[in-house]
Design a binder for this molecule. Sequence first.
Ligand code: SPQ
Length: 432
Amino acid sequence: MSNIELHPAKQGLAGRLSVPGDKSISHRAVIFSSLAEGTSHITNFLTGEDCLRTVQAFREFGVAIEREDKDVTIHGKGINALKTPTQPINFGNSGTTARLLSGVLAALPHFSVAYGDESLSKRPMDRVVLPLEKMGAQITGRDQARLLPLAFEGCKLTGTTIEMNVKSAQVKSALLLAGMLADGETTVFEKGITRNHTEMLMSEYGIDLTKVGQRLTIQGNQQPQASDLRVPGDISSAAFFMVAAAITPNSSIAIEGVGLNPTRNGIITALEQMGADITVEQTDSVGHEPVGNIHVESSSLSAITLKGDLIPNLIDEIPIIALAATQAKGQTVIKDAHELKVKETNRIDSVVTNLRNLGADIESTEDGMVIHGPVQLSGGTVNSFGDHRIGMMGAIASYVSEASVEVLDKQCINISYPEFFEHFNKLQKKTS
Ligand code: SPQ
């Protein structure tokens, strides 16, 4: 385990940066390109460990994938050319690989076995296994297939109608992928709006999908066609430095080329509601994804209440929003966020424990947390518990703490943001 000691940013933050490619889109681009017919080129691919798990999974199915840093070339030969993996597939720490590929593995005519690391082995898989079983999937696994490892018999699925009981883009995506490979028609009723990158990419790769309100319908036996794609910067990574600039005095930063998909931009809404000095300018679109630049200055923040439909739109940003709330005036309430309990860690517990250790006034609730601010954080130790977003929250807290912050197990940040510490150092103004 490697730790790092980080010091307050006494002079403030300044500069411009481009955050790495979007994690959700990078996973999905590999999935569609690997199932496609033809050669696909993906640029600005996220080289974080999670996305490399998805790459490795398709290599086990015999797909030829070349990678040179952030450029990935995938030589798809179509669904029928995939080969049966000869060994168990390691999904590592990646919930997205585990959930989305369950939809694919269940529907392909191949036997496969998948497992994950200690954290992923605790995360619920029944949310995908049960609806896939309704389509005829044959999946066995630990604790009645509630947990990894799972074994997929691999058989032809039959489309059906599924009403989702959890607001989850991973479950929706698993079912749409299974539906694309099944016989007949699959209809998925979403419980609420969640990130829609799977739907956007289906259209890029030539897959027909219809969406009417919360109802998604896909015809089976569709073969994706190769496509070239540039992955936008990840707004979930940008969020750490957006909050950093807002809470650190004497700061002004710009983050360029960030994906601004309306199902992912809740962090912008939250910071605007808190009164942050933030400007967003859309410059481009890649495929169906809007992209732009975000400029943030030091701000005087006020408390807010976050709840309901906004929660899925900023679910991965809640740790860093909680840090922002420690610097905001008043009582911030975050509710309807039970899903935080089944992430890489229980993120209600890991956020509250760590921010409290740094001196924050924060309590957990059954479905979120309550934070009183502003509080001068003292510094101390942040245990990432192996969760990348908790590690990054701790690192950003050091900018505004009185003394240094030691982040334990810093290498977990490579899961989603390999350049994090490079950017972290680059933005700090040096003493003149
Ligand atoms: O892949 P993983 O480990 O589940 O990653 C996380 C993250 O913080 O990076 C969650 F822990 O993001 C999920 C996100 O919470 C990525 C995701 C996706 O790409 O579809 C969707 C969200 O999960 P869910 O369960 O709400 O669909």
